[in-house]
Design a protein around this ligand. Structure first.
Ligand code: SF4
Length: 221
């Protein structure tokens, strides 16, 4: 007999009060601070790729203080943008990609990027993770965004058996109701960062300990 599917929604409900004690994911924090346009969210997510949360927050705030509109970013020399982004990973590549998006926003979209996933993913450097996070946070459109933390957690639960984040995204879209799609990243990113950590997850105090098969976990706290 097949095992019961992992109750993802129940897990999200238990995890919500636990992660409230930890910092919000950078994109949600930036939205709270007013950086909630499609352009700002997309750019901040690109900065966040393979970059620590604290650095993402600092560089995003710094960039938007220096250049508060897509037109202002488009007007920056790329070398200046590289300097602003120097502490992120791949600053030259990200500077070029972000500059291209700023120029396109001004020239093709009259300064306002649309809430449209296909448009966002048409830009170099933008994949489903950042496009979907932007749709969710900036536009309030249900979308699943899978980062390394989300991917690790749902695999430990046995909720998903996928080999790429894109497959994980599709699998989660099938098993989680649309009204909880934005919550997947909002809740599971900090949960994976602070509780279900890559090394030595905190299973003994975990709110879903009784539900979790701990797939692949060999040592825990
Ligand atoms: S019980 Fe352990 S492996 Fe399972 S979700 Fe909690 S911390 Fe992660």
């Amino acid at each position: 007999m097949a095992a019961d599917p992992f109750p993802v929604v129940l897990a999200l409900e238990r995890i919500a009060p636990v992660v409230a004690a930890y910092p919000k994911p950078a994109m949600f924090q930036l939205a709270d601070e007013g950086f909630r346009s499609v352009f700002e969210q997309l750019v901040a997510c690109m900065i966040s790729i393979r970059t620590r949360e604290e650095v993402t927050l600092r560089l995003s705030r710094g960039l938007f203080a220096t250049a508060p509109t897509p037109a202002a970013v488009a007007a920056m020399p790329i070398e200046r943008l590289e300097t602003v982004l120097a502490q992120t990973t791949f600053p030259e590549r990200k500077a070029r990609q972000i500059h291209d998006i700023a120029v396109a926003t001004v020239e093709r979209f009259d300064g306002v990027l649309p809430c449209d996933g296909a448009t966002l993913q048409s830009f170099n450097g933008v994949g489903p993770k950042c496009a979907n996070l932007t749709l969710g946070v900036a536009c309030g459109i249900p979308a699943v965004s899978v980062d390394v933390h989300v991917d690790r957690v749902v695999h430990r639960w046995g909720a998903v058996a996928a080999t790429t984040p894109e497959q994980t995204t599709i699998a989660l879209e099938r098993i989680v109701p649309r009204e909880r799609w934005i919550d997947i990243n909002r809740l599971l990113m900090p949960f994976g960062r602070y509780v279900c950590t890559a090394a030595l997850p905190k299973c003994s105090t975990c709110p879903v300990n009784d539900l979790c098969p701990r797939i692949g976990v060999t040592r825990h706290r």
